[in-house]
Design a protein around this ligand. Structure first.
Ligand code: GRF
Length: 208
């Protein structure tokens, strides 16, 4: 069995996707080790949850650190200090600059609560309702230099119901987010993801 992948999770808020990834690593469905949870919001509720689960945490506000790369230089230093191999953005409300993307090329994943390339950006569950789509969902993708744009790893669809509100649709999507984000990270940690241009191929498990 190869070594566990050291995973760093970046959050800005409540961290429910983070908790789901940490649980997957704890119960062995993800062959990874939680190396660090980092936040750009020092009082993000997710940090306390990570600490409760015994995971090292670090925080560094981006406020006053301009340009963006100045904050990221410090973030990169922290990620290396904890030997992070895979970076998982989980409600990390910062656009990444080419500096961080290049430092961890193809090793930064993000979860987005819509079926990309539809509805990139923010408040996308409400946008899906307002547009009148009948199906929405979530996307786990590799992060590149453009916002919500990199190669797609896994997606899941959910129905949009006539009486949905932002809250009800978000909750339905969130359930799927937890499932597919764990699936994508588990595949990475098992060495089963092959990125070929925009396509991400899931390879067969290695026979033992
Ligand atoms: C999720 O909906 C995720 O898709 C989006 O931000 C939200 C974070 O939620 N990027 P949580 O902090 O993981 O609970």
């Amino acid at each position: 069995m190869p070594d566990k992948t050291k995973v760093g999770i970046l959050i800005s808020g409540r961290g429910s996707n983070m908790v789901s990834l940490l649980q997957g690593m704890r119960d062995g469905t993800i062959h990874g080790e939680p190396a660090l949870v980092f936040s750009n919001v020092p009082d993000a509720p997710g940090l306390a949850k990570a600490a409760e689960l015994g995971v090292p945490t670090e925080a560094l506000s981006h406020k006053g650190l301009k340009p963006r790369s100045k904050h990221e230089e410090r973030v990169i230093e922290i990620l290396h200090r904890y030997d992070v191999e895979l970076v998982c953005l989980a409600g990390y409300m910062r656009l990444l600059s080419p500096l961080l993307v290049g430092e961890f090329r193809n090793r930064i994943f993000n979860i987005h609560p819509a079926l990309l390339p539809a509805f990139p950006g923010l408040h996308v569950q409400q946008q899906a309702i307002d547009y009148g789509v009948k199906i929405s969902g979530c996307t786990v993708h590799v992060v590149d230099e453009e916002c919500d744009h990199g190669p797609i790893i896994v997606q899941a669809a959910v129905p949009v119901l006539d009486d949905d509100t932002d809250e009800t649709l978000s909750a339905r999507i969130l359930k799927e987010e937890h499932r597919v984000y764990s699936e994508a990270v588990a595949l990475y940690c098992a060495g089963r993801l092959k990125i070929e241009g925009r396509r991400v191929r899931i390879t067969e498990p290695i026979a033992r």
